[in-house]
Write a protein that binds this ligand. Structure first.
Ligand code: IPE
Ligand code: IPE
Ligand code: MG
Length: 243
């Protein structure tokens, strides 16, 4: 097993699309008697590690839950620290993302973030557009219920404009109206930090995803743990209701 874990080869039967609820930054900092923002900074390092490792493991799409539509409920100074980190790293990480062949996608109501951040996000999407080694979807101001509400509103507007027959709405059409329309199906959802809940992440897309809850706090997550998760996925039997 150790040799298998150390290899830089793709995991046979591993997941193609992995989505991660990156949780535990605050607890990581508290354990060290550091301010929570130190945990968020260390969390950025973990993001860099998984983005580098994912393609080597055979993962071609990685979706990261970075800021939920409910995270606005946090104290203003923490929200502001998170936005500053985002604003800074959107610029400082671009070269690294390009050299990793990562193409950025955004899911969530990210256009409602501060205009300066929206501009940087649009820039990051544009300059990574030609990359194809890793599809990297970042969930920002994302909530699965909000995503479904926005999709429903869009379809209703299309119907009212006479461009869509309500009877034509099926699972594929609704799926295509979600923020994840351009991404392959989610195979594996990992949540770090030991919490075992979805916290409004990819509720529709999770219908037949495999779920993995690991005790590791997000800032401690690394390539070896991502590989272990891919190996755990490869051992699962997916049935989709069949037998
Ligand atoms: C996850 O870590 C990062 C974000 C939600 C932005 P937390 O900040 O939720 O860390 P804990 O759960 O308090 O440890
Ligand atoms: C989920 O983590 C959101 C992100 C990781 C961005 P939270 O820490 O916000 O979730 P709860 O509050 O524990 O459910
Ligand atoms: Mg948390």
């Amino acid at each position: 097993m150790a040799a298998e874990q150390d290899s830089g080869l793709p995991v046979p039967g591993g997941p193609r699309h992995v989505a991660i609820i990156m949780d535990g930054n605050g607890r990581w900092a508290e354990q060290r008697r550091l301010p929570r923002v130190a945990g968020h900074r260390a969390g950025v390092d973990a993001v860099r590690r998984v983005v580098r490792a994912a393609p080597e493991i055979g993962i071609d799409t990685l979706t990261l839950y970075a800021f939920s539509s409910e995270n606005w409920r946090r104290p203003a100074d923490e929200v502001s620290d998170l936005m500053s980190l985002l604003r800074h790293h959107l610029v400082s990480e671009l070269d690294e993302l390009n050299s990793n062949g990562a193409r950025i996608h955004l899911i969530g109501d990210w256009r409602r973030l501060r205009p300066e951040i929206v501009e940087r996000l649009e820039h990051a999407v544009a300059v990574t557009r030609a990359n194809s080694r890793l599809q990297l979807a970042v969930a920002l101001n994302y909530g699965a219920r909000d995503e479904l509400v926005r999709a429903a509103r869009h379809l209703a507007a299309e119907a009212r404009a006479g461009r869509l027959d309500p009877a034509a709405i099926d699972e594929a059409l609704l799926d295509g109206a979600l923020d994840t329309a351009a991404l392959p199906p989610v195979d594996l959802i990992i949540r770090t930090s030991g919490e075992q809940r979805m916290s409004n992440f990819l509720l529709w897309q999770a219908a037949y995803a495999e779920l993995l809850f690991v005790p590791t706090l997000w800032p401690d997550f690394d390539a070896a743990r991502l590989r272990e998760a891919a190996q755990a996925f490869a051992r699962r039997e997916r049935r989709y209701g069949g037998r």
